[in-house]
Design a protein around this ligand. Sequence first.
Ligand SMILES: CC(C)(COP(=O)(O)OP(=O)(O)OC[C@H]1O[C@@H](n2cnc3c(N)ncnc32)[C@H](O)[C@@H]1OP(=O)(O)O)[C@@H](O)C(=O)NCCC(=O)NCCS
Length: 162
Amino acid sequence: MEASDVLPLTALDAYACWELNRRCFADHETYDLATFRLLLDSPDSVSYQSLDAGRRLVGFLVGLVDRAPGRGRGRLLGSGHIIAVGVAPEARRQGHARRLLAVAEQGFRRRGVAIVHLEVHAANAAAYRLYASAGYSVTQRLTRYYADGDDALKMVKSLLGG
Ligand SMILES: CC(C)(COP(=O)(O)OP(=O)(O)OC[C@H]1O[C@@H](n2cnc3c(N)ncnc32)[C@H](O)[C@@H]1OP(=O)(O)O)[C@@H](O)C(=O)NCCC(=O)NCCS
């Protein structure tokens, strides 16, 4: 058996994912269960879970391919959004997030995505280093992006040529 495994994350996993999410973001605003269900149920979801050697859920990544706004399903924009990433406190620094990102990028590529973007809390050094080491670059500081008034950094990575 593999020491860890990355598998697709579906609406059936929404409750477990939401519970893990609450542990990951104990001090920050986060998504509610209904939002997880909605995101994971979307045909545009590019989302994965990471299991440890005991097959326990220890990490998740929720992503969506971007569509033009409007009624119905707008046209695909060729970009993808990483909406949430979390790894259980007891399973950190074991490469779960790095593997989730790599598998999600493959998933985005299969959906025709050329560029991936995300927002990270400006004070979140661990997440910033994770994304920077995976090839994401800061393109913008989003002032007062979060409800508590904190700033976010917008980071992007091109999937072309990789
Ligand atoms: C950020 C988070 C997802 C990282 O998950 P992880 O599985 O521990 O990360 P990985 O083990 O894959 O680490 C990959 C790289 O990220 C960087 N990194 C991860 N955690 C770090 C930390 N605490 N301090 C500094 N760098 C860190 C390192 O470069 C690391 O590579 P290395 O271990 O070879 O040095 C995890 O800490 C977490 O869930 N935090 C709370 C939720 C959160 O902030 N999510 C991101 C929101 S945008």
